[in-house]
Design a protein around this ligand. Structure first.
Ligand SMILES: [Zn+2]
Length: 265
């Protein structure tokens, strides 16, 4: 019994340290927690009304739903997996839907589509609830710089790195290792970041947010100099990730304010 429990705990440890496919759980929950705090009471109520029939009530409850489909509904995950990112094919960081988002299968078009569904109060509740789940998740994803970067290395997925004795690819490092290096749980992380959530940064649309991410990758130091990364490098990158999390939260809050407050357009 004791041994079994030990083994179960070990398994949980292994599973929870496995790199995630998108902003990791900590970053997603933190962004959702920040947005939840920055929307009006009437929007919080509208979110609860949409989600309650599914036994959920806040943005944090749905923050990782679109990634969790990988296990909960593999067929749906296969059908929607491409909606978590966009790959630019040139160094210009200019979004060209015909080239970069064929058949509307990228994060930019998915955000636009789901905002429209969410804002359409004549649609069925369940459809709008799923749109809310996608909008909340994908607005976070498009702010992870490597979710809107270059096709040539699949958004950093083909860049192999060493962290201590662990193997990581650069994409997963930005999804999880950098945010997780804060060593906080999401409520504490959200509390630490909330003062920097600036309503004035809630500008633009999905196209601009994706192009911003691409420019951070193009112009910044998102790529480490060598294949070894350490805690000092993670600490240097974390402010970039945190600013993107704060912008994502401010923009998600603004989108929900428009789509749900009754002032929808
Ligand atoms: Zn994702």
């Amino acid at each position: 019994m004791c041994l079994l429990r030990y083994f179960a705990a070990y398994l949980v440890l292994i599973l929870s340290s496995a790199p995630a496919a998108a902003w990791g759980v900590l970053a997603h929950n933190t962004i959702a927690g920040l947005a939840q705090e920055h929307v009006s009471a009437s929007v919080r109520q509208a979110v609860r009304a949409l989600l309650q029939p599914d036994q959920e009530s806040t943005l944090v409850d749905i923050a990782t739903w679109a990634d969790d489909l990988r296990d909960s509904d593999p067929a749906r995950f296969r059908a929607t997996g491409k909606l978590h990112y966009v790959n630019f094919s040139s160094d210009g960081c200019r979004y060209d839907p015909g080239r970069d988002c064929r058949n509307g299968e990228c994060v930019v078009a998915a955000i636009q589509r789901n905002i429209a569904i969410l804002a359409d109060h004549s649609r069925p509740r369940a459809e709008r609830a799923d749109a809310l789940r996608f909008v909340s998740h994908l607005i976070a994803d498009v702010h992870q710089p490597l979710h809107a970067s270059y096709r040539r290395d699949k958004g950093g997925n083909t860049v192999q790195l060493r962290y201590g004795r662990e193997n990581w690819n650069l994409h997963s490092v930005w999804d999880s290792l950098i945010p997780n290096s804060t060593r906080r749980r999401w409520p504490d992380y959200a509390a630490a970041l909330t003062a920097g959530v600036d309503k004035a940064s809630a500008v633009g649309d999905a196209v601009q947010w994706a192009e911003e991410s691409c420019r951070i990758v193009r112009d910044g130091s998102v790529y480490p100099a060598g294949e070894r990364i350490d805690d000092a490098w993670l600490a240097r990158m974390r402010p970039v990730a945190e600013q993107r999390m704060q912008q994502a939260a401010a923009r998600l809050a603004a989108v929900l304010e428009h789509a749900l407050s009754g002032r929808s357009h």
